[in-house]
Design a protein around this ligand. Structure first.
Ligand SMILES: Cc1cc2nc3c(=O)[nH]c(=O)nc-3n(C[C@H](O)[C@H](O)[C@H](O)COP(=O)(O)O)c2cc1C
Length: 367
C-alpha cells in the first residue's frame, strides 16, 4: 500500500513545530516561537539537553511502568503539565478550551495564563480536570484581589505567580511584525478593564499597554506575601533562577517554584533551566516542590529533569503547535506523544517508576 494514503502525522514535537509553522500566519507563529533579543537562552534551553547523557541500568524488570505522580497533592497521570501560555485562540478557534480538554483527556494539569483569550469561567466550565491559575500582579490591587477570588471560587487549585516579567522582554520578531492581538480576541480575564486602559493609550498594542500600564513593576516579596494573606490557595513562584531566591521561597513558606526562564522570552543570556536545576534542588532539599520548564521536547528530557530534582515538568510551545495543527486533537496528540516517549525512555533507562529517576542516571558530555 502506498504510504501516501496515510496522513503523515508528526513523529516528534519538533515536527509539530514545523507543521504549525506552515499553517499559522507569520505574526502568530513568530509570537509563539520567539525569544528575547538574540534568542541565546531560547537556543540554550534546547542545546543543554543535548550535552546531558543518560547512563541506563541493565537487567531491571520494566515490564510494568508507572508514570503517575502528584503535584502539590494532586495526582496526575504523568510528570508533564501544560505551562501557561498566552492567546490560544490565535492557534485555533476553541483556544484554551481545547487545551483544557486535551489536558483532561491525558489526565494532566493545565496552568491557565493570565493572558488567556478565554475567561477562567469558560475554561473551568469546560473541564473536570485540575487547573492552576497563572497570576500577574496588577497595579490595581483590588483588581488583583478580584481575579484571585474569582479563580478560587471557580475551583482552580493553585496560584502560580510569574515573577520574571516586571516588563515584557523585547522580542524583536514581534517588534518587526508590529504584533498585536488579532481583531476579536482579547485578554479575557480583564477584558473591560484593559479596553479602558487602551482607550487612554491608543498608540500602543494591547500587550504593551497590559504590561506597562496594568502590571506592577514595583512588586517585591512583600506583595507575594500579601497574596498569601488574602488567599487560601497553595502558591508557586514561577521564574526562579537562583539558589538564594529558591531558599527565600522556602523561608517565606511557599509551596513550590518553577525553575523557568519564560522559554527564553524575558532576560536573554540567562542559563538553560536544566543547568540551574541541580544546585537549586540541593539548596531546597525537599522543602518545597520544584517544577521546571523550558526546552522540554523529548521523553529523555523529562527523565533528565526528574533525575536532576524536578517533581514534574511543564511544556509551553509544543502545546501551541498541537493546537495550531489540530485543535483539541492536536494538543492531545502532543501530550500523548511526549508521554509515550517518556514511558519508552523509562523502560530503556531501567526504571519502572518516576521516583527511580535519580542523579546517577546523568552524565555530562565534555566536548
Ligand atoms: C507564546 C508564549 C506565551 C507565554 N505566555 C506566558 C504567560 O502568559 N504567562 C507565563 O507565566 N508564562 C508564559 N510563557 C512562558 C511559559 O509558561 C513557559 O515558561 C515556556 O513556554 C516554557 O518553555 P517552552 O516553550 O520551551 O516549553 C509563554 C511562553 C510562550 C512561548
Amino acid at each position: 500500500v502506498s504510504g501516501d494514503i496515510y496522513p503523515k502525522l508528526p513523529l516528534s514535537l519538533s515536527e509539530y513545530e514545523e507543521l504549525a509553522g506552515s499553517v499559522l500566519d507569520k505574526p502568530a507563529y513568530d509570537y509563539y516561537r520567539s525569544g528575547a533579543n538574540d534568542e541565546i537562552t531560547l537556543a540554550e534551553n534546547l542545546q543543554a539537553y543535548k550535552r546531558i547523557q543518560l547512563y541506563p541500568r541493565i537487567l531491571v524488570d520494566v515490564e510494568k511502568r508507572d508514570l503517575t505522580t502528584t503535584v502539590l497533592g494532586q495526582e496526575i497521570s504523568m510528570p508533564i503539565m501544560i505551562a501557561p501560555t498566552a492567546f490560544h485562540k490565535m492557534a485555533c478557534p476553541s483556544g484554551e478550551i481545547a487545551t483544557a480538554q486535551a489536558a483532561e483527556k491525558n489526565q494532566t494539569l493545565m496552568v491557565l495564563s493570565s493572558l488567556s483569550t478565554t475567561t477562567p469561567e469558560e475554561v473551568a466550565a469546560s473541564t473536570s480536570g485540575p487547573l492552576w491559575f497563572q497570576l500577574y500582579i496588577y497595579k490595581d490591587r483590588d483588581l488583583t484581589k478580584r481575579v484571585i477570588h474569582r479563580v478560587e471560587e471557580l475551583g482552580y487549585k493553585a496560584l502560580c505567580i510569574t515573577v520574571d516579567a516586571p516588563l515584557l522582554g523585547r522580542r524583536e520578531r514581534d517588534v518587526r511584525n508590529t504584533f498585536s492581538l488579532p481583531k476579536g480576541l482579547t485578554i479575557a480575564t480583564v477584558g473591560d478593564y484593559l479596553e479602558k486602559a487602551m482607550a487612554e493609550n491608543a498608540k500602543n498594542s494591547s500587550l504593551n499597554v497590559y504590561f506597562t500600564n496594568l502590571l506592577d513593576q514595583s512588586v517585591t516579596w512583600r506583595d507575594v506575601e500579601w497574596i498569601r494573606s488574602i488567599s487560601e490557595l497553595p502558591i508557586i513562584l514561577k521564574g526562579v533562577h537562583r539558589t538564594d531566591d529558591a531558599i527565600r521561597a522556602v523561608e517565606h513558606g511557599f509551596d513550590g517554584i518553577v525553575v523557568s526562564n519564560h522559554g527564553g522570552r524575558q532576560l536573554d543570556t540567562v542559563p538553560a533551566t536544566i543547568n540551574l536545576l541541580p544546585s537549586i534542588s540541593d539548596a531546597v532539599n525537599g522543602r518545597l516542590e520544584i517544577f521546571l520548564d523550558g526546552g522540554i521536547r523529548r521523553g529523555t528530557d523529562v527523565i533528565k529533569a526528574l533525575a536532576l530534582g524536578a517533581r514534574a515538568v511543564l511544556i509551553g510551545r509544543p502545546i501551541l503547535w498541537g493546537l495550531a495543527v489540530g485543535g483539541y486533537e492536536g494538543a492531545s496528540a502532543v501530550l500523548r506523544l511526549i508521554r509515550d516517549e517518556t514511558d519508552l525512555a523509562m523502560a530503556l533507562c531501567g526504571i519502572s517508576n518516576v521516583s527511580e529517576a535519580t542523579k546517577d542516571l546523568i552524565g555530562y558530555r565534555t566536548a
